[in-house]
Write a protein that binds this ligand. Structure first.
Ligand code: SIN
Length: 313
């Protein structure tokens, strides 16, 4: 099958599996960052922003995250919308400063699953021989909530000598590159998200029941719109999305499988190597991420604060 789009030409190799969706195709991908949609994009003046790929992820220098005033926050937020995930080195944040930084973006979310760090509302992800990292699935944080997180801030406390990187994928690019026929097919569809597909499997039944009272299964649009940039974003993910509403199960599962596969396309991704004191801030509405678990049984300790978002539309 051959698909053309303006000057770009793809060679699509039909799936080897049962599904009719072509997963494999070579050729240039359509990679437009947010600033491509802004008529005149101003330079950054308060901090320096160094992109890691043409599309997603930038290292920010010249900022002490303990002292983010309005001018710095405005620039960081613009860079976040443009690059979707920002990386910082050698930061000296403690727990309360981590929370104060996150509050710049809105109300803090309390995570019902991860044990808290020193301060309520910090999720401590402490991995080692007895507590194995499970976040090596492409996902968007807390998509099982009615109002999933809009921004997540992760701080490295203790990292293995090698390994334990995290990857992020740009879900606007994932949407942009879908074939037109698939875009038409998914327009207006909703999918069910629930924690019981993943985190729930590791919990006692009474705990699952208690959390399900707070977070029952919820239907979100398969394609959500970014509340600030207006970009269309593919919004289904492996650990939390279970089915597409209104489609026969087989048909829906094939489509879901194909859509979830899109986060795995390398052109949409960035990969970050952690050091103690590194911090990542990501736009959780526009991205998915994957914590690589190649360091077991070494220790890897991270702390995360998430900021409450709005109901996807
Ligand atoms: C997460 O899934 O939010 C954690 C990512 C990581 O530990 O790198």
């Amino acid at each position: 099958m051959k698909t053309t789009s303006m000057e770009r030409t793809f060679i699509c190799i039909p799936n080897v599996g049962e599904s009719g969706y072509p997963r494999l195709y070579s050729g240039a991908r359509e990679l437009r960052k947010q600033s491509d949609f802004v008529p005149e994009s101003e330079p950054y003046t308060v901090c320096s922003v160094h992109p890691l790929t043409p599309l997603i992820g930038a290292v920010v220098e010249g900022v002490d995250l303990r002292e983010v005033d309005d001018a710095v926050h405005a620039e960081l937020h613009r860079a976040l919308l443009e690059w979707k995930v920002l990386f910082f080195r050698d930061q000296l944040l403690d727990g309360p400063e981590h929370i104060a930084l996150a509050r710049r973006w809105g109300n803090i979310e309390v995570n019902d699953f991860f044990p808290n760090g020193d301060v309520q509302a910090i999720s401590r992800l402490a991995k080692g021989p007895k507590s194995i990292g499970q976040e090596n699935m492409w996902h968007s944080d807390t998509s099982f909530r009615r109002d999933p997180s809009k921004v997540s801030i992760l701080r490295a406390i203790d990292v293995p000598a090698t390994g334990g990187d995290t990857m992020w994928a740009d879900m606007a690019a994932a949407y942009d590159n879908l074939p037109g026929s698939v875009k038409e097919q998914i327009d207006g569809l909703k999918a069910i998200h629930t924690f019981t597909k993943s985190w729930g499997l590791t919990m006692a039944p009474e705990q699952v029941a208690a959390i399900a009272e707070i977070h029952p299964p919820i239907a979100h649009p398969v394609v959500r719109t970014h509340p600030e940039t207006g970009r269309k974003l593919l919004y289904v993910n492996e650990p939390f999305t279970t089915e597409i509403v209104g489609l026969p199960r087989n048909e829906g599962d094939e489509l879901l499988d194909y859509l979830m596969f899109q986060a795995r396309v390398p052109e949409y991704q960035v990969r970050f190597r952690w050091e103690p004191g590194s911090v990542a801030i990501w736009d959780n509405q526009a991205t998915q991420h994957y914590a690589i678990n190649d360091y077991y049984p070494q220790r890897r300790v991270m702390e995360r604060v998430t900021v409450a978002g709005d109901q996807p539309f």
